[in-house]
Ligand binder design. Structure first.
Ligand code: GAF
Length: 399
């Protein structure tokens, strides 16, 4: 990510804001997307995750207005959506589908969840105009939604003079995603976005929300983290994600524990006797993935990033064979990257499309890129989008 592309994204948000309102914004805020290094589908099982924030960010130009209304617009869909803050409760009823157009449920849902989190009544806060621009690719498994939620939460928190920490902003974002948008996701993406640190990952215990910063040290070790966006779009508000979550809950109920966090690798033999094969394999993925997160953190702390390649590979195999959330494009990306010399590779995010990551020697990035591109071509897949990322900081005021 170059300085100028960050600047052009700030300018795009500002320009949209001026088109929308006819005046300059008061400030521009931003929040990052995320790459999950390891720990997939463990967050809603009260387990462990190790994500980091991307250099790609969503930016929002913002200024208050005097009439108690909130208006949102995005460069992706510049048709603005405007509602009264006093109507938000009715727009996001606890027993029904959101009553606002598609993407606007994210920022309007954050406003609604933030007002509840801070016990604010509509007459206690100012109205606001928000104009968004983003360079986080949508549907690529890099959590453009958490970036949108994080940027909105940071901007509104400043506009409404609230001093909320990153974990609270993340919980606001998650509530918006779960209840306003209707996607049954965990807390990982929002915590990665709001707690992001340069050159480090966030080791998060999703039960206690205790977060530790873990140095990654990719650059000093001569390594790059390569993202392979397969261009297979995914969504978590429909289908497979919810089904996997239900299987995990069923597995925990059969084991008689509150969540799969409470099942250890040593318990797996017993689990296999108690449940059907599919449920058992879903359980085995989560239980072994939790252990792989702990092993990855230990390896990073004691031996450095070169020691984690095998854990990344094992994570992918578990998602492909046991959790069954990979797709041929992700498997091809992982296999071609490893065959071309990556130290390890895995799909990242919720699955059913999106991106894979590969840990690669700096000198081999071109070789891996070429090999993956060739493999996609040979398989007749759409050409992937391949780029390197370095772990980045959480929400910030950019202007
Ligand atoms: C998606 C969800 F939003 C996260 O909460 C997490 O469950 C992830 O899929 C899978 O690890 O990104």
């Amino acid at each position: 990510m170059t300085e100028s592309s960050a600047a052009s994204s700030v300018r795009a948000a500002r320009d949209l804001f001026v088109d929308l309102t006819g005046h300059e914004p008061e400030s521009v805020w931003s929040a990052p997307g995320r790459v999950n290094l390891i720990g997939e589908h463990t967050d809603y099982n009260d387990g462990f995750v190790l994500p980091f924030a991307t250099p790609q960010r969503t930016r929002v130009a913002v200024a208050p207005r005097t009439d108690g209304r909130i208006r949102v617009a995005s460069t992706f869909d510049p048709e603005p959506v405007e509602v009264a803050l006093a109507d938000l409760d009715a727009l996001f009823p606890s027993d029904g589908a959101p009553r606002v157009p598609e993407w606007s449920a994210y920022p309007l849902g954050v406003a609604w969840a933030l007002m509840h989190a801070a016990s604010l009544t509509p007459d206690a806060v100012t109205g606001v105009d928000l104009a968004f621009a983003s360079d986080v690719p949508v549907g690529a498994g890099l959590s453009s939604s958490a970036a949108l939620e994080g940027a909105t939460a940071a901007a509104l928190s400043a506009a409404w003079d609230l001093s909320l920490d990153g974990a609270t902003l993340a919980q606001v974002g998650r509530r918006a995603e779960n209840e306003a948008v209707g996607a049954p996701t965990g807390i990982m993406d929002q915590m990665a976005s709001t707690l992001g640190q340069p050159d480090a990952a966030i080791f998060l215990d999703c039960r206690t929300l205790e977060a530790q910063v873990v140095d990654l040290g990719f650059a000093p070790a001569g390594l790059e983290l390569v993202v392979i966006d397969t261009r297979v779009k995914h969504a978590h508000s429909t289908g497979g994600y919810g089904e996997r979550r239900a299987s995990c809950e069923q597995g925990a109920a059969i084991m008689g524990v509150p969540s799969l966090r409470d099942v250890s690798v040593a318990d797996l033999d017993r689990a296999q006797e108690l449940m059907d094969d599919v449920t058992f394999r879903r359980v085995r993925h989560v239980v072994t993935e939790n252990q792989r997160v702990l092993d990855t953190v230990e390896a990073l702390r004691t031996d450095g990033p070169r020691a984690i390649g095998g854990l990344l590979d094992a994570s992918h195999a578990s998602m492909r064979d046991d959790f069954e959330i990979s797709v041929p494009e992700l498997d091809t990306a992982v296999e071609a990257a490893v065959a071309a010399g990556a130290l390890g590779a895995r799909m990242t995010g919720g699955g059913f499309g999106g991106s894979a990551i590969a840990l690669v020697e700096h000198d081999r990035v071109a070789q891996v890129t070429e090999a993956v591109t060739r493999a996609f071509d040979a398989a007749g897949f759409t050409a992937p989008h391949i780029f390197t990322v370095s772990p980045s900081a959480g929400p910030a005021r950019d202007a």
